[in-house]
Write a protein that binds this ligand. Structure first.
Ligand code: NAD
Ligand code: DAU
Length: 342
């Protein structure tokens, strides 16, 4: 298998490359990544040491880049992680979300069709279903996204459906729950709070903090993606989650314990997502489990391990949080509510 991993310098993509290197000794991997604010070569320093991995800087929406790699590396499979991935940023400015999460997926689908690749897997998200107060979404549930980010993901996801129906493009889609684990960019709830608590800074809980997310360890998500890539049926969608529902407040409690901090560092702020803040995510995953996959990471143990990782790998995240672009975003998004606690 000659695999093209897009967005491989980001959180989930980099962990997926690690999984493939271990699980498929014959696989050769090309990574294409635009190295946006969320992509860092420091995230993939270890995998770049392998002579089975090549890195190509570039945007997925650039057909010259994608077609050039497919030809030179004789690519047989694509797994697409490349995306603008943060809801809060999409509320500030959503243009780049449309470019990458919709148009970029279109370019990858067209290349898959033109070069008759064996398979493309598109990594989508549970957020395309919107919020559910009771019960759980199945792969047949309606697509009702509520933020510019989730709407852009839904756009890419539905392009995959249309391509498989219109052109029989061999594409499969996965919809994952909230991931946690090493190398997550420190703007998302768990790494943002862990890194701030390590530094003794206040953490901003949106609204009442009782929003529920379904958490899945990044390596369980990656093994699910790999299972669907090889065993999923073309044109089908597969949910990947761990039925592990937690309120944000429960997560914060564990983060405080693991960093040795107390409630005085928790600041409840008016919800900056306003109406767009999905209350609860929940999915059924029987369809994916029927392919032979199951999640294996105990949430509380691995959440604590993740915090330990952030304590130990300050060499990885400090250069990221110290650059002006990161601090500018924090000021712009949290300035009005965190004020002097920034
Ligand atoms: P991330 O933001 O950490 O990484 C995204 C990567 O894509 C970065 O390396 C970035 O440089 C790269 N990228 C962005 N735009 C690009 C472009 N136009 N061309 C090439 N590369 C580009 O994101 P993540 O959390 O690793 O998420 C990966 C994928 O998984 C996304 O598609 C996301 O929607 C999906 N997903 C994420 C989660 C989660 O909890 N993080 C859950 C379900 C699904
Ligand atoms: O569900 C899958 C999605 O999970 C992925 O598609 C997205 O790429 C990923 O970012 C994630 O989206 P969320 O918006 O759920 O994740 P985030 O970590 O941004 O927020 C999780 C919850 O924590 C949410 O209810 C908002 C809340 N939150 C977040 C931040 C950053 C806070 O209360 N304070 C914060 O500062």
């Amino acid at each position: 298998m000659n695999l093209l991993v897009t967005g491989g310098a980001g959180f989930i993509g980099s962990n997926y490359v690690r999984l493939v290197l271990k699980k498929h000794p014959q696989a050769r991997i090309s990574i294409v990544d635009a190295l946006t604010y969320a992509g860092n070569l420091s995230t993939i320093r270890d995998v770049l040491a392998s002579d089975r991995v090549k890195f190509f800087p570039g945007h997925i929406q650039d057909p010259c880049v994608i077609e050039g790699i497919i030809k030179s590396e004789q690519i047989s499979h694509i797994v697409n992680f490349a995306a603008e991935s943060h809801n809060d940023r999409s509320l500030l400015d959503s243009g780049s979300f449309i470019q990458t999460d919709v148009y970029g997926v279109h370019i990858l689908l067209e290349a898959t069709r033109k070069f008759k690749l064996e398979r493309m897997l598109h990594v989508s998200t549970d957020e395309v279903y919107g919020s559910i107060l009771e019960g759980a979404f199945t792969e047949q549930s309606p697509i009702e996204p509520n933020t510019p980010y989730s709407a852009s993901k839904a756009g890419g996801d539905l392009q995959c459906r249309a391509h498989s129906i219109s052109y029989q493009t061999p594409v499969v889609v996965t919809r994952g729950g909230n991931n946690y684990g090493p190398f997550q960019y420190p703007e998302k709830l768990i790494p943002f709070f862990a890194t701030r608590l390590i530094d003794g800074k206040k953490v901003p809980v949106y609204g009442d903090g009782n929003q529920v997310r379904e958490w899945v360890h990044v390596m369980d998500h990656c093994s699910g993606i790999d299972t669907v890539l090889h065993a999923g049926k073309v044109g089908e969608v597969y949910n990947i989650g761990d039925s592990n529902e937690r309120r944000n407040n429960e997560i914060v409690k564990i983060l405080l314990e693991e960093t040795g901090r107390d409630e005085s560092l928790v600041k409840s702020i008016p919800d900056p997502r306003k109406g767009a803040h999905d209350r609860r995510y929940s999915m059924t995953t029987e369809k994916t489990q029927a392919l032979g996959w199951k999640p294996e990471h105990d949430f509380e143990k691995y959440l604590r391990d993740t915090v330990k990782w952030y304590k130990e790998r300050q060499d990885w995240w400090r250069p990221i949080t110290e650059i002006p672009a990161f601090q500018d975003f924090i000021k712009r998004f949290y300035g009005p509510t965190l004020g002097s606690d920034l």
